[in-house]
Write a protein that binds this ligand. Structure first.
Ligand code: NAD
Length: 335
């Protein structure tokens, strides 16, 4: 690890950003967090937290002022599959403004290293047509056919990071996350991702109830626990890897299996109803971890069952706090 101490996290009011700030503080760094909003579920651990709109150039200059060494640029307009397929123009415009302004402001203000959070949504749809998908290697992103809106913007900003390195010698790192989940993340309202949505549905369901799943449930994904994600971010930032890097697990599960794991943890027998009118995204997506093993000597390893248990218990406790579930009985507790 480098001896850097002054760190800016954008999107620090969001899911991954909030966890990252906590980790950086535990590791002894000085941290400034920036977002449009404060973290939703607990107070930030950041030394400074500023409410700024990073679509604006002046706000990006402000965020990067005062001798920041490293920037983790996590701010983005994003959500689950329903959200990112509904607002293509807004998402592309908002994110390209955040990322182009943040890159340039960081360079102008003398930031030493800039990490951009990209996504597995950059991978071409023509490689993701089967549930039994071949894991995606970093080089597969080109020729391009990414997710409309969100994925095209991520790919464009990946390229811009490359150009900044080539033209200005500016040190950039690019991570392609594959489905991150864990506690303290959005679990309802339309921006939640599948693990959080399914945990909420299972928590609110009674034994024997019907739970709705988007699509036919045979679509596949891999999932990374948020503690692995923030550990990986630290390792990537400290590394000499400036090519885009997958960060995810390579354990492929169907959405039906994901629901099965969660309902098993909750000790509930549920019936599934598939809604074929809802968006399901690509048919299958998995991460090839050859490059991350080579470049970082590490890969995410939290077993899905362990991460989902923590996530489920947290969402269940939030629903209880909100009075939407009765107080726990001893027999309800998950071992
Ligand atoms: P999140 O939505 O919880 O956090 C993003 C944060 O960015 C939010 O708090 C939001 O308020 C903030 N933001 C949006 N517009 C802003 C603006 N104009 N100015 C300042 N802040 C703004 O999302 P997350 O899951 O924590 O994702 C973090 C990053 O990782 C994003 O770049 C996302 O695209 C990427 N990513 C996440 C996943 C995942 O599974 N969570 C997968 C792939 C990529």
């Amino acid at each position: 690890m480098t001896s850097v101490s002054r760190i800016l996290v954008t999107g620090a009011g969001g899911f991954i950003g909030h966890h990252l700030v906590r980790k950086l503080k535990r590791d002894g760094a000085w941290v400034r967090g920036v977002d449009l909003k404060y973290p939703e579920f607990e107070a930030t651990a950041a030394d400074e937290f500023e409410i700024l709109d990073l679509r604006r150039w002046s706000d990006c200059l402000r965020a990067t002022r005062g001798g920041i060494d490293q920037v983790y640029n996590l701010a983005a307009d994003m959500g689950g599959i329903g959200y990112i397929t509904s607002y293509l123009a807004d998402i592309f415009r908002n994110n390209i403004l955040i990322n182009t302004h943040m890159l340039e402001a960081s360079r102008v203000n003398g930031v030493k290293r800039f990490l951009f959070s990209s996504s597995a949504c950059v991978y071409p749809s023509f490689l993701q047509k089967n549930a039994d998908v071949t894991p995606l290697k970093e080089a597969d992103a080109i020729p391009a056919d990414p997710e409309p809106g969100y994925g095209w913007e991520k790919l464009a900003t990946e390229e811009l990071c490359r150009y900044y390195r080539k033209d200005y010698g500016f040190e950039t790192r690019v991570v392609r996350f594959h489905n991150v989940y864990g506690p303290l993340g959005t679990y309802e309202g339309g921006k939640e991702k599948s693990p959080a949505a399914l945990c909420r549905k299972v928590a609110l369901a009674r034994d024997g109830d019907v739970v709705e799943i988007w699509g036919d449930g045979k679509q596949t994904r891999s999932y990374m626990y948020v503690d692995d994600c923030v550990e990986g971010l630290r390792r990537l930032m400290a590394s000499d890897c400036h090519e885009a890097l997958n960060m995810g697990t390579d354990r492929l599960v169907t959405i039906d299996q994901l629901l099965g794991i969660i309902s098993g943890l909750a000790g509930k027998k549920l019936r599934i109803q598939h809604d074929l009118t809802k968006p399901q995204g690509v048919r299958g997506r998995n991460s090839d971890n050859t490059m991350i093993r080579e470049r970082l000597g590490w890969e995410p390893s939290t077993p899905l069952e362990d991460g989902l248990r923590t996530t489920y218990l947290w969402i269940e406790s939030e629903l209880r706090k909100a009075g939407r579930l009765p107080a726990p009985q001893v027999k309800d507790a998950i071992a």
